[in-house]
Design a binder for this molecule. Sequence first.
Ligand SMILES: Cc1cc2nc3c(=O)[nH]c(=O)nc-3n(C[C@H](O)[C@H](O)[C@H](O)COP(=O)(O)OP(=O)(O)OC[C@H]3O[C@@H](n4cnc5c(N)ncnc54)[C@H](O)[C@@H]3O)c2cc1C
Length: 285
Amino acid sequence: MHKAGVLLAFETRERYEEQCASLGVFERFGMVPAHLHGNAVQTREPALNSRTCHGLYFPDDRQVEPDSLTQGLLKRCQELGVQIHEHTPVRRFLRRGDTVTGVLTDKGEITGDTLLLAAGVWTGPMTRELGVPLPIRPGKGYSVDYSPAPLQLRTSLTLEDARVAVTPLNGFLRLAGTMEFGGLEENINLRRVAAIKKAAADSFTDWGNPPGEAKPWAGLRPMTPDGLLLIGRLHPLPNVYVASGHGMLGLTLAPATAEIITEAITRQRLPAVAEPVSPLRFTRR
Ligand SMILES: Cc1cc2nc3c(=O)[nH]c(=O)nc-3n(C[C@H](O)[C@H](O)[C@H](O)COP(=O)(O)OP(=O)(O)OC[C@H]3O[C@@H](n4cnc5c(N)ncnc54)[C@H](O)[C@@H]3O)c2cc1C
């Protein structure tokens, strides 16, 4: 985990002020940004050109690299005795009345006492199959990696007007953005990818046409109608739980999700702080 801070970069005063209106929530938790204007933005991040006129710099923001985090998590789970079946899609649920007794996969049946659905956007169709559909819809985003990194950024940053995140990772640079509502297909819309790349070209000095551009990637974010997560028991099924709906913040919210769902399953109750994210708000009849 790296603590390099994050810079929110704004071209327009309107977008800056819009963001400032929500700072109270961050500041309550001690995340107080420095407000930067004019040249102070380029002093903080020299790679940005003069289009960026305002900035909010959060010095305490932390970053993880998804690949190394996932590898570390896998290793730790295996050390703890967790069995992991990769490339083993669940095709069907095995049921005795309302109780789910297991799942049928391409490699046979897996049975258990408790089922936790944490399948991102695919949690939606799974809950439908179980007769308690939750409204989880895909919000597609794209990323493009450059290796070697065309810029040496001091911190991760977001180009707020274009809503593009620019992240220095281990030896490479990642551009990510857009929110496209559609189906479950992961095909690539090249116009959206071009818009992400244009945001970088417009905002960085000497961006040019950087070499080492990887094939664009698309991922489906699990979105909910009210923007909140879905964590807790899938009422009225007695032994089925859900942890999904993380939208744009799945990595950020993973540790809190793990704590809440552990308590929900092992103590059969949702901590009070998690009541707003209970699936009950969509399943109560
Ligand atoms: C471009 C982009 C940038 C992002 N940047 C950030 C960021 O900076 N910070 C942040 O916090 N979040 C970010 N996110 C959001 C984050 O990626 C998601 O919120 C997160 O991945 C959701 O995690 P999840 O485990 O619920 O679902 P997923 O990551 O989608 O995982 C679901 C898993 O379930 C598996 N699965 C599905 N169906 C089945 C089945 N039938 N049988 C077995 N397995 C199945 C899938 O194969 C998959 O492995 C970004 C997303 C995108 C698209």
